[in-house]
Design a protein around this ligand. Sequence first.
Ligand SMILES: N[C@H](CCC[C@H](N)C(=O)O)C(=O)O
Length: 287
Amino acid sequence: MKLKFTKMHGAGNDFIVIDATAAPIELSPAQWQRLADRRFGIGADQILVVQQPATEGCDFKYRIFNNDGSEVEQCGNGARAFVKFVTEKGLTSKSSIRVETMKGIIAPRLEADGSITVDMGAPRLDPAEVPFDAAGLAGWAEGDDTTWPLPVKTGGSSKTVFISVVSMGNPHAVQVVDNVDTAPVAETGPLIEHHPRFPARVNAGFMQVVERHHIRLRVHERGAGETLACGTGACAAVVAGIRRGLLDSPVRVSARGGELSIAWAGPGQPVFLSGPAVTVFEGEVEV
Ligand SMILES: N[C@H](CCC[C@H](N)C(=O)O)C(=O)O
């Protein structure tokens, strides 16, 4: 069947966006992966599928598939592309919408100046919710359970990285590094993503603190590899940095693909993510 799509990105994190509001689209993980493949398909970090909501009070539902075909709970940069997409396609005339995702409801808002802010909901900080298997580590952490030792085996030797675990609906393991440009993202990102202590795998963040209101960030994403920006990764890094006493809200997050801004008032409060969303081209593909 022929499938219309829109290619978009948020700070270089790129997406295939599909309007399935008229009729749901069901593909296998292998078919989603093929669409996202950068050689055999269109190519994207994630695929966003816009559907009718199933929850009262929501305007839309949207499903998120990683480059590897896995369906996931949340996508911060995708939420901004989403609100631009439904506005440009005339699927809504609202500037603030409520969107049902696999794990909760988010509220993206198109501002008068064209920028987009997303209420990403409150972070989950209980390791069991991330999920992170902290058994055997109970009680071991700096401060208030803000960091955990993670033994990572590289090339026959083992080293311990100290991570903070945060869920934005999707799981994140964030570590502080001196310089993101020299951080071992390619080497240890996949090892952390597939670490046995993360039963659902995990996104691995590498955060450099520039000053209390500014970080540089690289993220090896679960199911996609390193991306040029990760919205939920930026949220998780700022939450982890504030909890560790390293940052003060709001925080400017410099990713390789662009700038994001995060605000968080503390535990139990929502995280607000602001940043760009760009439409690149429209297309049609045979699936
Ligand atoms: N790879 C992520 C999903 C996409 C998140 C990212 N692109 C964002 O902007 O938040 C995961 O498996 O949880």
